[in-house]
Design a binder for this molecule. Structure first.
Ligand code: SF4
Ligand code: FES
Length: 314
């Protein structure tokens, strides 16, 4: 049993119940919710979650080598079963647990206490109303990378870690953000191999398998990009993305780039055309904040630059 602790400051959110929202709108629950301006209502509702927000502190037994996900699981199992967060694989492969850690988007399961706990006095103070008195370092800024704090103070505290839902997306509950806008943008760009061909058959007339040969150099053109797990960390860091309305976002462009660079894919022209739009590559401001925290080692900013160049060279 460890005798050191970490204080988690968690930005919590409970959405207002559906019926309460209807009453607050003053309308009948049976009323049509679509707007006369063409908005289906669903998207805008998703972007404007209403509900109760507050910051809650938990002091958890922890060691410097624990992951932040370990601490949340301890809270969930032993202190507060109402705390909501999302995870699945637990080792950086599924991308389901991206949140803002000390203001910087990252994965809960790969973020270690020793890398993120900061001394209590350095943590932003929280006033009685539950509002933070000072700002967390802007996502992607150097200030957002906290110093290592592996040594406990006299009280056994390893420090404070602040958690909030992934920025750039509507919050669903506590640390769970609605990443559907990103997945919709990725889907729109057809993230699958499009290659024409004729099915080969064996001498007995049975369907044979397709084989698309590729040199190792051709594979190297896109192999790293296949590592993208659609976690949304790059979108959370991007100051332009903010919900995907004005910019389809770096993750969608990474998926487009993955197939543009694949020698087997035969829709390069259509793919480049699809991202040559006002909300496509034209919206990228080359801030390159997207590069900083990709958990899969993709140099997102450089890939953005490459795909912008390809669109312009057409
Ligand atoms: S490019 Fe990296 S940061 Fe962006 S969604 Fe893919 S894995 Fe996550
Ligand atoms: S839980 Fe799967 S990436 Fe963290």
């Amino acid at each position: 049993m460890t005798n050191t602790t970490v204080t988690l400051q968690i930005h919590r959110f409970t959405p207002r119940a559906e019926r309460e929202r209807d009453r607050a709108r003053g309308g009948s629950p049976f009323a049509k919710k679509s707007s006369p301006f063409g908005d289906s209502g669903a998207a805008s509702a998703r972007r404007r979650p209403r509900g109760k927000q507050w910051v809650q502190e938990y002091v958890v037994a922890a060691s410097a080598d624990d992951s932040v996900l370990d601490l949340l699981l301890t809270i969930k199992r032993t202190m507060d079963p109402t705390l909501a967060f999302r995870y699945s694989c637990g080792h950086g492969m599924c991308g389901s647990d991206a949140v803002a850690i000390n203001g910087t988007p990252n994965l809960l399961c790969t973020a270690m206490v020793k890398d993120w706990a900061k001394p209590a006095e350095a943590a932003a103070s929280v006033d009685d109303e539950g509002f933070r008195a000072t700002g967390v370092a802007a996502a992607g800024s150097d200030d957002a990378v906290v110093s290592v704090s592996p040594v406990a103070d006299a009280d056994g505290s390893l420090g404070v870690i602040e958690l909030a839902a992934l920025p750039g997306f509507p919050v669903q509950r506590d640390l769970i953000a609605d990443i559907d806008p990103m997945l919709d943008q990725i889907r729109k760009l057809k993230p699958y191999l499009q290659a024409d061909g004729v099915l080969a058959t064996t001498s007995e007339g049975k369907i044979d398998v397709f084989e698309y040969l590729q040199h190792p150099e051709q594979l190297a053109q896109y192999e790293t990009l296949t590592n993208c797990i659609a976690c949304g960390v790059c979108e959370g860091l991007c100051p332009v993305y903010a919900g995907g309305d004005a910019f389809i976002g770096p993750a969608a462009l990474i998926w487009a780039s993955r197939f543009v660079n694949d020698s087997r894919d035969e829709r390069t022209a259509e793919r480049l055309e699809a991202i040559d739009t006002a909300d496509g590559v034209a919206a990228c401001q080359s801030v390159r904040a997207c590069t900083r925290q990709c958990p899969r080692g993709i140099d997102v900013g450089e890939e953005m630059w490459q795909i912008v160049a390809k669109v312009r060279e057409r």
